[in-house]
Ligand binder design. Structure first.
Ligand SMILES: *Cc1c(COP(=O)(O)O)cnc(C)c1O
Length: 402
């Protein structure tokens, strides 16, 4: 073993367990012998000779060229996340939305068809319906948990099935393994947006999905600091046409943000366990409040897909929603009475967040469409942070009094 091999011995992923890979995977120490991963804020990289530059550009010799598509800090993040998701290859992007766009631009062409869950992130619906539609790509939306509807929506030109599970804000749970079978029987690919669970709680690739997309802006950062995204899957798909699109079109991640995320991955499981523990305690407590009609949280036995969720996920995750009997007036009163919880539409932060979906994330929908999606005027969503859960209960108590 050379000294360099020894310095980097623990990043050779072998069969290390999740927590070890979260801390070690992807790290390549430089000649400075640093313990923590460095940031490489450089646009380009230099070659030793014209011949070496030529070999790097042609791909004959591996090496860094230009940070739009080769940056060591970004690569460390990509390798670490690929390792945690159980994928061969990861491509990091500038946002979660650009991860979805890059996946579509890499894999689709005019005339292709997408079948998507109707319970996906609002901007993803607009991307599919408005932007991809302009390029001749059509999308059919189906109810997330209705397997027959997915099957019926398939066409010979269906290239992608796209879903989030659990869904936002109602935390409905899709059967990933069943949908992977349905997709593959049709020669289609299953793409799962794994934002809500992260690989700490759910591994879609192991269940048969072909591609995982992430908004790293949520739990992967975990502290609400930077917008970013990632795509994970096979070398053939992600290292092929998807990487080729990123390399040329450039929706790339900055090395600064990659550093935030690769350090975030080191504590991901600890944080997801803590978010999930607090969310379950809060969900159980909310179920007992007279002002609350119904709580949506996968780890509650009252959840309609509780058994599936507990088979597919290691825990319930950090997001829950609930319906207040008093409608919008009660929802706004509760939100305005909070002193700790932040009024903001994001989640996946150490700081808890509270949102009224009907008038924020889902305000564009017509009242009929909102009703069909199950977004009632009394619905409130909480992204449960890492504060003491007793303080969170106290924070909600005042606004819940009827
Ligand atoms: C936030 C989010 C996105 C988009 O990510 P950005 O980083 O904000 O672009 C996509 N999917 C889900 C489920 C999200 O919550």
């Amino acid at each position: 073993m050379t000294r360099d091999d020894k310095k980097n011995k623990s990043n050779k992923q072998k069969n290390y367990r999740f927590d070890t890979r979260a801390v070690r995977a992807g790290q390549i120490r430089t000649s400075e012998d640093e313990q923590s991963e460095p940031i490489f804020p450089t646009v380009s990289f230099v070659a030793e000779s014209a011949a070496q530059a030529a070999a790097r550009f042609s791909g004959a010799e591996p090496g860094n060229i230009y940070s739009r598509f080769t940056n060591p800090t970004v690569r460390t993040f990509e390798q670490r996340l690929a390792s945690l998701e159980g994928g061969e290859r990861c491509v990091a992007t500038g946002s979660g939305m650009s991860a979805i766009l890059t996946t579509c631009m890499g894999l689709l062409k005019s005339g292709d068809h997408i079948v998507a869950s109707r319970s996906i992130f609002g901007p993803t619906v607009i991307l599919f319906n408005t932007i991809l539609a302009r390029f001749g790509i059509e999308t059919t939306f189906v109810p997330l948990t209705d397997l027959a509807a997915w099957e019926q929506a398939l066409r010979p030109n269906t290239r992608l099935l796209f879903l989030e599970t659990p869904s936002n804000p109602l935390t409905e749970v899709a059967d990933i393994a069943a949908l992977a079978k349905i997709a593959h029987k049709n020669g289609s690919l299953l793409v799962v947006d794994n934002c809500f669970c992260t690989p700490a709680l759910q591994l879609p690739l192991a269940l048969g999905a072909d591609i995982v997309v992430h908004s790293a802006s949520k739990y992967i950062d975990g502290q609400g600091r930077a917008v970013g995204g990632a795509i994970v899957g096979s070398e053939k798909l992600v290292g092929g046409d998807i990487y080729a699109f990123l390399r040329t079109a450039g929706p790339s991640m900055s090395p600064f943000n990659a550093w935030i995320y690769l350090k975030g991955l080191e504590t991901l499981r600890l944080r997801m366990d803590a978010h999930s523990r607090s969310a379950l305690q809060l969900a159980e407590w909310l179920e007992q409040q007279p002002a609350v009609k119904r709580v949506h949280y996968p780890a509650l036995p009252s959840h309609p897909q509780h058994a599936l969720a507990m088979k597919q996920q290691a825990a319930g995750g950090g997001v829950l929603s609930f319906e207040l009997a008093g409608g919008k007036t009660a929802a706004w009163k509760l939100i305005d009475a909070t002193q700790i919880i932040s009024i903001t539409a994001t989640f996946g932060d150490t700081k808890s967040t509270i949102t009224h979906p009907a008038t924020t994330t889902h305000w564009r929908l017509t009242p009929e469409a909102r009703a069909a999606a199950g977004i009632s005027d009394g619905l409130v969503r909480i992204g449960v942070g890492l504060e003491d859960v007793e303080d969170l209960k106290d924070d909600l108590k005042a606004g819940l009094s009827v």
